[in-house]
Design a protein around this ligand. Sequence first.
Ligand SMILES: Nc1nc2c(ncn2[C@@H]2O[C@@H]3COP(=O)(O)O[C@H]4[C@@H](O)[C@H](n5cnc6c(=O)[nH]c(N)nc65)O[C@@H]4COP(=O)(O)O[C@H]3[C@H]2O)c(=O)[nH]1
Length: 954
Amino acid sequence: MPRRLPLSLTLAAALTLGGGLAVSGALFLGVSHLEYDNMALAFAQRSDERVAAVRQGVNQAVEVLTVTNQLFARGEPVSREGFRDFTAALLERHRYIQAFNFHRSVPGEARAAVEAELQRIRPGTVFTELTPAGLKPAPIRVRYHIVDFIEPMAGNERAFGLNITENLQVMSALEIARGEGRAAATDLFQLAQDPLHQPAFQLIIPVLDREGVLAGDTSVVIRGPELVRASLASAGLLDSRDIFVSVYAGERTGAEALLFSTGDTRKQPESWLTGFVASVHTGHSVDVLRIAGKPWRIEVAAAPRPFLPDHMASSALLVGGILMTLMSTAFVQASGRRARKVQQLVRQRTADLRRTNRRLVEDMAARERAERALQQSEQRFRQLVSMSSDWYWEQDRELRFTMVTGGFTEKAGVSVESLLGKTRWEYVPALLESELGRAHLAQVRAHEPFANLEYQVVDQHGDTRWFCVHGQPVFDDGGALLGYRGTGSDITARKLTEQRVHHVAQHDVLTGLPNRSLLQDRLGQAIAHANRSGRAIWVMLIDLDRFKFVNDSMGHKAGDVLLMTVAARLSGSLRDTDTVARLSGDEFVVILSEQHDAPLSADIVQRVMDSVAQPVMLGPKEFFVTCSIGVAVYPSEGTPADSLIEHADIAMYCAKKLGRNNFQFYTPVMNEESMERVRIESALRNALERNEFVLHYQPQVDLKTGKIVGMEALIRWQHPEMGMVPPIRFIGIAEETGLIVQIGAWVMRTACAQNKAWQDAGLGKLRVAVNLSARQFGAPDLIAGLESVLLDTMLDPDCLEIELTESLFMSDVTPAVELLHRMKSLGVNLSIDDFGTGFSSLSYLSRFPIDVLKIDRSFVADITIDANDAAIVTSIIGLAHNLKLAVIAEGVETLEQLDYLRSHGCDEIQGYFFSKPLPAGEFEAMLREGRCLPAPQQTEPEADADHPRVAAYS
Ligand SMILES: Nc1nc2c(ncn2[C@@H]2O[C@@H]3COP(=O)(O)O[C@H]4[C@@H](O)[C@H](n5cnc6c(=O)[nH]c(N)nc65)O[C@@H]4COP(=O)(O)O[C@H]3[C@H]2O)c(=O)[nH]1
């Protein structure tokens, strides 16, 4: 970590700054030094020039004096005019010369002569001397040294004749000049005649005569400042403003010695400021010249000038260096900062990395734990999946299988390879043909979960299987679908069970035909199809004739065989597209749909009837079964779709009424009959209370005596609106509704009471026969009711005959036998009604306590024209008698029938031939009338002595 300095300067930046400044400063100093050297050199040159110029000026003055001296030193007389001319040119050239002098050495004795001579030149001239009090005539001296020649005279008149022997400066200089043989200078003096009072000096060169005796001297009086000025000016050095020159007469400075100065040349003490910024004297030189033996101090000083012009290079270097330094410092600082930031960032990142690393380590550990847990979970899952009946699958985002595990091949019978890479509907194309499959497709396209999707597949053995699958969509963190995964199971077994259950629920267990529930579905479909196609459908309701008889007489198993046989025949006689259903009991329904190539016709119905009418082997016996068929057509007027079966039932009912083995198409009229049936049913419920029933009695006549021996009580219903309703119209309904039990009880009680009344009235000990319906026979209080009636009416039980049909006791023999014995124990007679119409085992006749067989009128009807019927009747009579039973034939309408029966040993007859059923009053009247059969025309057969009733007849 770099050290930090104040102001946030990095060490590198500080070093850069310090180093840069130091280098810049060093360079600056070095270059400055060079600059100073240059300046000093330049200054020295310029100083030397000025010193040389002064020296040159002085030398010229000396030279002028020397020339002038030589004028006198030749020893030849010098005229004053010649001197004037000679000096005039020089004065003109050297204007700093105040005067040219010739000092003549004059012995004291020659004073007067010389004065006289001088006075000629200038009157009044005497020898003078300069005293503190001014110019005075010279006192008497041994020798005088006077100004003899002086040019120019003008302005210098007072010096003319001046004695200078007392002027020590001049005399001293003269001595030096004489001693050194060259010009000598005096010290400075104040020039009296100069109005400016400039300092001046004299140059003196002695003039010796031929003998070498001092004859005098020549001198020039020089105005010092002007000499210097003229010297510098002639060298062109006077106008320089940047350099000052001061000339002192003497070695020392001071105002009294100052001859000339162009400016202050005194050296100032230097400071860094003056030195670097505004140097006052960047150059200063002092030269001491020997001017005619006298020292002159010449100081040259450069004028103060700004620092920069002379130090451009160093300054530029300094500024550049500083700038470079600053820039470098800034760069280094910036780099340092950046480096710091980078370092900070690196530290931060490093710390982050460490944290991340720690987290990673923790995550790794957690992940390892999670992975272990996951592996364990997966292991458990795999074990679970392998143990369960399910398999696990995954699909990609294209919904193609990427994985199927869990023993799929073993469980599903389908190889995994055949599934991978395919979508579900690619594998099972039929899926999209179903509503469920399309719904599933919509679900997965909407990325929704799905469950319990069931579909069929064909496994690798070609068997059909059922799968049930559940699926969940899988999304990534961004919510994009990654695919699906889920489970599946083989539900074939369940499906088969369901199908079986469904089949059972919709099919008749016995025949395998559709039951009422499925029939409704099929009918709905057929109606929908008819509505769409405009083609008709027929609904046939098929009811087996006399099935009840078969069932009752031959047992349920025979009945079942019959039903199965009929079912197979019905199915076999129709197309596969037609529906055959078992509605209930012996009722079947057929739905025929018209095809475009096969219009429906009555031939189909006839074909169905014919197929049913084939003989059936029931055990060892062959049985002929017929059926009655009602047909309802859709569409047809008056037949709404939901009434088809009902209308077919009505039509079947009509067919039944028409004599069975028949078919009828429904017509609205039939419906009216059906409606009437409904009316009857509702009215029947109140008939007893309203006392609307009456009994008619049909006499039963003994064929031997021709006398009435009994009567059958036959119920009549006197309805206030419908009028007299025959039993054929309501007994069946009363049986169906159970009302027959109450009605039968009323009949029993009324018939017994009536019989007792007639007996009490002396009309004979008649026997009254009362029909007992199957419902009554099965009623729990049957015996008690009979006892109660007999007790209440006090009728002799022997005078009561109970008519039973074969079907009552043929179905379940044991309880029937017991019940019959209990009835018989009451003392009543038991008769089997409609004997011969059923198909029961005759063996029961020996086991049952039966008294009478009643031959059904259907056999009697054709007894004289149909040999079969006649044979049956004869057989029944023979059978009865063999079993010691009496036999009575009903429905005897003609004398021929009567005769036949009588001739074949029938005991009694009942029928219109003798009398129709009569109201009680009419019957009583007939009794009272004593009406009998006409006498027999042939020999009667012998009576059976073993049977009392038969014996009695005989
Ligand atoms: N063609 C023709 N018919 C003849 C002749 N002689 C008698 N009959 C009719 O034959 C039926 C005899 O009664 P069933 O066979 O027991 O048949 C009866 C019986 O099964 C039932 N029935 C009548 N009354 C009762 C009743 O009180 N209780 C029960 N359970 N059934 C009854 O109604 C059926 C019909 O009774 P009915 O209409 O009264 O009809 C009676 C009677 O009028 C004849 O010479 N020719």
